[in-house]
Design a binder for this molecule. Structure first.
Ligand code: NAP
Length: 454
């Protein structure tokens, strides 16, 4: 994939970038390694001060940074602003909490004193996706650099200007050279970087195939890896729920980021007692979306980020319809410029369709009617993914069942799944390995060093 800014609203290529050569990448890894030697010794309070400065820059430049994200990947300008603000939040969160999250932990043993010290690992490679082009990077970089690591970013090839802007934010915030660098390279060059002995660990947020590749290479090199992969999150609606609120949230949860969110609700599993009411409201909400230029404040649904994503979604929806699913609304790409796809609701999803367990990365929802909580949980768990899940109910017994039995990294009751710097984030099954955010996230890229003094 060429490294270029291609406006998804028009399909026009606006700017192309030359990839860094192997020699340039090697020089950047060298810079990272030597920067790490000093950075690991910098007082955590000083590292926190730089994070606060990065947060201030994000706030100051929110408008121009948001416009860059919208230009490169098509998210609505309002959601792009919210993303940049959330990056400032995660920087401030770790500026405030990193010292406590990484404080030595005294543990009792036969030694006169024994404790755990959380120490940095060194240069970490971060392979990141385009869908939240600022947030995915900051949720890695804020904790990782606060812990004393240094970061090398291989961003998605369609968001090079965002990638370079992030490097600029760290530079302006006062981070020494080499603490955070962007590598302009394609996916095929990732293996070489992971295998470099100076690289200590890797993280990838992206698709399952990319995760498998990075995980395999890191495994062969015996290097720590965090993988944040795809999802086909269930959104369950039970009879005791507030149906109007559930339907309203369902529309947001499916269409957020033009439907291209790992934790988007993708499979709507609705109890038969409230199915008709929910479906009517949900379809009306999907049809009320304002499709158009994401720079326009009135737009609620912009284009998909690339032509390939739209092609993939079209194939999946066509396959479901071929298998017997019924189109309640939408069901096709929009003609004309840009990679637009109509908000779509599919019902009567056949049990034999393999596509029903796939991730639909765009504004297309699958509806399932169920007769019991057991059936709802069975369908919720039938995919190989296990990222997030949401359930709408006011029955304490339902809440306890969902919390215990849904196979996912999170269960949200009466709200949509969302990441939050204060809460750990990650998946089970094929949705990934490891956690980001909160104390759990900052402790991923550390050496949990045991010190025992006889
Ligand atoms: P992708 O195609 O896997 O790309 C993600 C990143 O991996 C890009 O930087 C890409 O580089 C690189 N890449 C692709 N193939 C690679 C390979 N074989 N080896 C090494 N690097 C490789 O995914 P995407 O289409 O950008 O993102 C959508 C996917 O990400 C969805 O499945 C979504 O659910 C998932 N996602 C998960 C989370 C989470 O937190 N769990 C968050 C956001 C997105 P190029 O651009 O150069 O190809």
């Amino acid at each position: 994939m060429a490294i270029a800014t291609i406006n998804p609203t028009t399909g026009d290529t606006l700017k192309s970038f030359s990839a860094h050569s192997d020699a340039e990448v090697d020089a950047k890894i060298d810079t990272a390694e030597s920067a790490y030697r000093d950075w690991r010794l910098v007082d955590i309070a000083d590292r926190a001060a730089m994070l606060n400065k990065a947060a201030d820059i994000l706030d100051r430049d929110c408008e121009s940074l948001a416009a860059l994200a919208t230009l490169e990947m098509g998210k609505t300008i309002g959601s792009a602003r919210a993303e940049v603000q959330k990056c400032a939040f995660v920087c401030r969160h770790y500026a405030q909490k990193a010292a406590a999250y990484l404080a030595d932990e005294i543990l009792e043993s036969n030694a006169s004193k024994s404790y755990v010290s959380y120490q940095p690992m060194g240069p970490v490679l971060a392979v990141m996706p385009w869908n939240f082009p600022f947030w995915q990077v900051f949720r890695f970089a804020a904790p990782a650099t606060a812990a004393g690591n240094v970061g090398l970013l291989k961003h998605a090839s369609n968001v090079p200007q965002v990638a370079l802007a992030i490097e600029g934010i760290f530079r302006e915030a006062g981070y020494p050279d080499g603490i955070f660098q962007t590598l302009l390279i394609g996916g095929s060059k990732v293996e070489r970087v992971i295998r470099d002995p100076r690289i200590q660990a890797a993280t990838l947020t992206g698709s399952e195939p990319a995760g498998m590749s990075v995980g395999k290479i890191a495994g062969e090199e015996i290097k720590h890896v965090v993988l944040e992969l795809g999802g086909s999150d269930p959104f369950i609606v039970m009879p005791s729920a507030d149906i109007a609120a559930a339907a309203d949230t369902a529309v947001k949860a499916r269409n957020n980021n033009n439907g291209q969110t790992c934790i988007a609700a993708k499979r709507f599993i609705v109890h038969a007692d409230v199915y008709d009411e929910f479906t009517e409201r949900f379809v009306a909400g999907m049809e009320a979306q304002v499709i158009g230029d994401p720079m326009d404040e009135a737009t609620t649904l912009g284009p998909l980020a690339t032509e390939q994503i739209r092609t993939d979604l079209t194939k999946q929806v066509d396959q479901l319809v071929h298998d017997g699913a019924k189109v309640l609304t939408g069901g096709k790409a929009r003609t004309g410029k840009g990679w637009f796809y109509e908000p779509t609701v599919l019902a009567d999803i056949p049990s034999g369709s393999a596509t029903r367990c796939e991730e639909l990365f765009g504004p297309a929802a699958m509806l399932f009617k169920v007769g019991s909580i057991d059936e709802a949980i069975t369908i919720a768990n039938e995919t190989r993914f296990g990222l997030g899940s949401a359930a709408f109910t006011n029955e304490p017994a339902d809440i306890a069942r969902f919390a215990r039995d849904i196979e996912s990294g999170s269960v949200f009751i009466n709200s949509m799944v969302a990441s939050d710097p204060r809460l750990p984030f990650g998946g089970v099954k094929k949705s990934g390995v490891g956690r980001e955010l909160a104390a759990h996230g900052i402790r991923e890229f550390v050496n949990v060093k045991t010190i025992a003094i006889a």
